[in-house]
Design a protein around this ligand. Structure first.
Ligand code: AMP
Ligand code: MG
Length: 440
């Protein structure tokens, strides 16, 4: 157990900048080893290979309409009044089957997606015809479809309503590049080109736990001095949004043995552990007490607000599992997640772009900020009107207090006030980190 003096930082203890801490975290994480997964298990993962189509899509010329496959010369000059009358020599459904050859004066009924028969040059949609109910005697049609006739009321041009082989995807095309995120349309494309499995960077498995003896699960009665636990929900949701398979462990009381037991249990199961609470200098800051004993977790102070105390290291066998210990105040925990955990998760998931987009915006209010700290205020960002080049605007939402979860839920960005800046006037141009795609 470390002495109490060891846990109290001396006034001249080194303080880390936000960028130094982030660089330290990112230097310690690597993309997870690629795996071959069935398509639906790969949803949300990033491709670890370029995908090259081995065949054409469509694989054969086929009809894009229900109608009649015809030779163009047979419909030249056709009108409602003077239709072309063609002998129907076959009925072609989507799927395998023998195809009739279409000769002069003939047509074949054809369904959407069915292969174009040899000899046919275009498809007359059924709406351009009498649907085959024209001149042929009903008895003939009953006896043999091939003897039925169809009236075509409009000329059919070469290629009309035909989807040509390879017109969507050609064999040899790179249809998806390594690094693409596998969402529904890409999973559909992989299936369409005949891929059943795909090589991806797996989604990092993340365990999220909270610490604090005051915390009760939401929905349970809140006694004196207790509060509903919220960090594990916000951080698990944030980890999932970042691309992780995250599971919420919930709150562990401020009891070193309980915390140790919970951590040990997770070690073989996850790729990253995130804790919140218990990292400052309070008497019951058990995360710090317990993890300092593992030896590989460094507790440090950052030149930022909120989020000054942070822990980072690697635990478990071979010190292989990265662990980020975030401060407990809900706003501090969330902002710390955004700044440090999200990039780590995205790097492990193989993403090229690990950071949120950052833009400059005109701040509508005056701001105050502590000297020597990079401050992250919650803001409401409005992008510029479409086509206008000038920056958008941003207004602070709520105050700087790191317990303010109400305003946090209304914010769509973080306003960044640099270390050297202690006050800004309305109209100042400031950096903002966009937390969601701004609505226009
Ligand atoms: P700590 O960092 O543990 O000293 O916690 C700082 C503040 O954040 C205290 O007011 C805690 O009650 C609060 N807090 C810590 N963890 C959570 C949590 N999981 N959910 C909600 N509030 C929390
Ligand atoms: Mg606590």
């Amino acid at each position: 157990m470390p002495s109490s003096e060891a846990r109290v930082p001396s006034p001249d203890a080194r303080m880390w900048s936000v960028d130094e801490h982030l660089a330290d975290v990112l230097a310690a994480v690597r993309p997870l080893a690629p795996v071959e997964l069935p398509l639906l298990d790969a949803q949300g993962c990033l491709l670890a290979e370029d995908i090259v189509a081995t065949g054409d899509l469509p694989p054969f010329d086929n009809s894009s309409m229900d109608g009649y496959a015809v030779r163009t010369a047979d419909t030249d000059g056709a009108t409602e009044r003077y239709p072309s009358v063609l002998a129907v020599v076959g009925d072609i459904a989507a799927g395998p089957g023998e195809l009739p050859r279409i000769s002069s004066g003939q047509a074949a009924r054809i369904m959407t997606g069915a292969p174009l028969p040899p000899g046919a040059e275009g498809v007359a949609p059924v709406e351009w015809t009498d649907g085959g109910s024209g001149l042929a005697a009903a008895a003939d049609r009953m006896a043999a479809r091939a003897s039925a006739e169809v009236q075509v009321f409009r000329p059919v041009e070469a290629g009309a309503h035909i989807r040509r082989r390879g017109s969507d995807v050609a064999a040899g095309d790179t249809v998806l590049a390594a690094g693409s995120v596998l969402g529904p349309t890409r999973i559909g494309l992989l299936a369409a080109i005949g891929r059943a499995t795909v090589r991806v960077c797996p989604q990092p498995r993340v365990a999220v736990l909270s610490t604090g003896s005051e915390l009760v699960p939401p929905g349970e009665p809140v006694g004196p001095g207790q509060i509903s636990e919220s960090n594990s929900y916000a951080l698990t949701a944030a980890a999932r949004e970042a691309g992780a398979v995250a599971h919420r462990i919930g709150a562990v009381p401020d009891d070193p043995d309980r915390l140790r037991a919970v951590l040990e249990e997770q070690l073989g199961r996850v790729d990253l552990i995130v804790t919140s609470g218990g990292v400052s200098v309070g008497a019951y800051d058990v995360v710090k007490q317990v993890l300092e004993q593992y030896g590989e977790v460094d507790f440090r102070r950052l030149r930022m607000q909120p989020g000054k105390p942070q822990g980072f290291g690697r635990i478990g066998p071979g010190a292989g599992i990265p662990l980020l210990a975030l401060p407990g105040n809900p706003v501090s925990a969330y902002i710390s997640f955004e700044l440090f955990v999200r990039p780590a998760i995205r790097a492990m998931a193989g993403a090229g772009q690990v950071h949120r987009p950052m833009v400059r915006a005109v701040c509508t209010a005056s701001l105050r900020s502590p000297a020597g700290r990079r401050q992250f205020l919650r803001g409401s960002y409005r992008p510029p009107a479409p086509g206008r080049g000038e920056p958008g605007t941003v207004a602070p939402v709520g105050g700087p207090g790191s317990h303010l979860v109400g305003p946090l839920a209304q914010a769509n960005c973080l306003i960044v006030v640099g270390e050297e800046t202690t006050a800004t006037d309305p109209g100042a141009l400031l950096h903002v980190v966009l937390l969601e795609e701004p609505s226009r």
